[in-house]
Ligand binder design. Structure first.
Ligand code: NAP
Length: 308
């Protein structure tokens, strides 16, 4: 079968850091175009916006949207309306209603919609899920603390409504927890810390409970300098199961079991090719549901203004 002809929309940090290399390394897909207002890429057709691309003679089968979540709905809708398969960066959109509308549209059109969660594609996630299916879980504690100035320099959109603030990384943790826990969980308490001059939180403290009454806590903070923390600690009746480094390392009862180099985005493009081949959809929006709940139930605390 001919490779999927793909266009990237939004040639920013993640497109350059991860998508370009992962597409290159994946069989069955090739990059033929880019749509980005301020960036060009040698060797492929370049357009200002997705509309110009879709109106052009350049033939594509799919688009990968690497733009910020605000505004992604209209790009995804335009692509689906034009008969193109769509891969969405995380978070899949700025609201729940828009992502469910996209899912319905993709189904009506018989097109692939892949709502990606790159952290779920990390090496320790599926082994942790298999292990936890066999153990009785006592508690879950998430600590996701990083330095926003290092990871998101100059990204204004991330502080705007819909940009999610600290939930931009925090949703990665939730995408892992929703995958590895054998039962559903729901939010019972949320405290969100907003800088006085920003529309999105810089820290969040969350408490959840599983259907079986197991406590799940999550601490997200964007003010951590020095070593960064992306850990999920699960206590079970047979000892601890700990994922560190964003899900790429697994420790079971204190023993290191998995340490793997990052292949998250290669795994995502491999999965996208398989979905398109099968004509399937993969849209689990549960991490975004938990983030929406955190805003809905959140007590707002104001802190000092944040300057870049
Ligand atoms: P970014 O560096 O700001 O890049 C996004 C690109 O989208 C921009 O370069 C811009 O290119 C285009 N764009 C279109 N409309 C825009 C708008 N209204 N405001 C700003 N840019 C707009 O952001 P990113 O870090 O790549 O993040 C993009 C998505 O990937 C987000 O959903 C994020 O959560 C996700 N992600 C990021 C990372 C990371 O480490 N940065 C990791 C995983 C996932 P033009 O100006 O050329 O159009």
């Amino acid at each position: 079968m001919a490779p999927i002809r793909l266009a990237i929309v939004g040639l920013g940090k993640i497109a350059r850091d991860q998508h370009l290399g992962a597409i290159e390394a994946t069989d069955g897909i090739e990059l033929v175009a880019v749509a980005s207002r301020h960036a060009r890429l040698d060797g492929v057709a370049c357009f200002h916006e997705i509309g110009d691309l879709l109106d052009s003679d350049v033939e594509i089968d799919a688009v990968s949207l690497c733009t910020p979540p605000q505004g992604r709905f209209s790009q995804a809708k335009a692509a689906l309306d034009a008969g193109k398969h769509v891969m969405l960066e995380k978070p899949p959109g700025a609201t729940l209603s828009e992502v469910y509308a996209l899912e319905a549209l993709a189904r009506r059109k018989g097109l692939t919609l892949f709502s990606t969660w790159h952290s779920r594609a990390a090496a320790a996630v599926e082994p942790a899920r298999a292990l936890l299916a066999k153990r009785k879980i006592r508690s879950v504690a998430v600590e996701w603390k990083e330095d926003v100035r290092h990871w998101h320099p100059g990204q204004a959109w991330i502080w705007e409504p819909g940009g999610l603030g600290v939930f931009d990384p925090g949703i990665n943790a939730l995408s892992i927890v929703t995958r590895i826990l054998p039962e559903e969980f729901h939010l019972t308490r949320s405290e969100l810390t907003f800088p006085a001059n920003r529309a999105a939180p810089i820290a969040a403290s969350l408490v959840f409970e599983t259907d079986g009454g197991v406590p799940v806590s999550a601490e997200f903070d964007w003010r951590q300098t020095g070593p960064q923390t992306w850990d999920i600690r699960v206590e079970t009746d047979e000892g601890s199961v700990v994922l560190t480094h964003g899900g790429s390392r697994l420790f079971v009862n204190g023993e290191s079991v998995i340490v793997e180099e990052d292949k998250e985005y290669r795994n995502l493009y491999r999965d996208f090719v398989a979905l398109v081949m099968k004509g399937a959809i993969d849209t689990d929006f549960s991490p975004l549901v938990h983030v929406a709940d955190a805003f809905m139930l959140g007590r707002r605390i104001q802190t000092a203004a944040f300057e870049d």
